[in-house]
Design a protein around this ligand. Structure first.
Ligand code: URA
Ligand code: SF4
Length: 201
């Protein structure tokens, strides 16, 4: 994993390498059962080279605390590892260039569950899914459970969304303990819809 992080830090595979201060490979427990995958580094992350180290990161840590976990218990990374200028959305080409790193991270960590944070991360795994319909449920492909969550940023300024996120977080522990209700098991065993998941196929 250290080698992979070094490769990311010196990567020049897409144009985001020109505007970044630091690439942000990811950090956390490489033996964890849980990975969090956000969208892309923001301003703070670009300055420090650490994922989710600003306001969204603080809220992510609070949500983890609510389920008795710390950020050092999980592995945290993003779909693209370098900050898009002005926090614009990552482009298709950039996501495609950066994909290899995420695939290798997943392959290395072999998590039981991947929590996607926000639309871009969700669409990486399930391009046709609509976040408002699937958040807080469990899907799976091969042996990895995918748990779509809203991006922590949406909870920062809206209390109603904060509550939704905190509620959704409760499912993470259940997902890794296998302590699921029948409905949750059905969701988890339903195959992804067509064209949705080529990462491991
Ligand atoms: N938002 C993200 O999606 N990722 C980060 O690392 C920080 C903010
Ligand atoms: Fe390389 Fe990914 Fe950074 Fe592009 S975003 S330069 S592919 S590490």
């Amino acid at each position: 994993m250290d080698d992979l992080s070094k490769e990311v830090i010196s990567c020049t595979k897409c144009k985001l390498c020109k505007s970044r201060t630091h690439a942000v490979p990811g950090e956390g427990n490489i033996h964890s059962d849980i990975m969090f995958v956000g969208e892309a580094p923001g301003e703070n992350e670009d300055k420090k080279g650490i994922p989710f180290c600003g306001a969204s990161g603080n809220f992510l840590e609070k949500m983890l605390e609510s389920i008795n976990m710390k950020r050092t218990d999980v592995y945290i990374t993003n779909i693209v590892k370098c900050r898009p200028p002005g926090n614009r959305d990552p482009e298709e080409e950039e996501i495609e260039s950066c994909k290899e790193y995420l695939e290798r991270q997943i392959d290395f960590i072999k998590p039981k569950a991947i929590c996607t944070l926000g639309r871009y991360s969700l669409h990486y795994f399930y391009p046709e899914f609509v976040i408002s319909k699937v958040h807080g449920k469990i899907y799976s492909y091969k042996k990895i459970k995918i748990i779509p969550l809203y991006h922590p940023a949406v909870g920062l300024y809206r209390d109603s969304m904060k509550k939704v996120l905190l509620d959704d977080f409760k499912i993470i522990k259940e997902a890794i303990s296998q302590n699921l209700t029948t409905q949750q098991k059905e969701d988890a065993s339903s195959p992804p819809k067509q064209g949705s998941f080529d990462l491991f196929s």
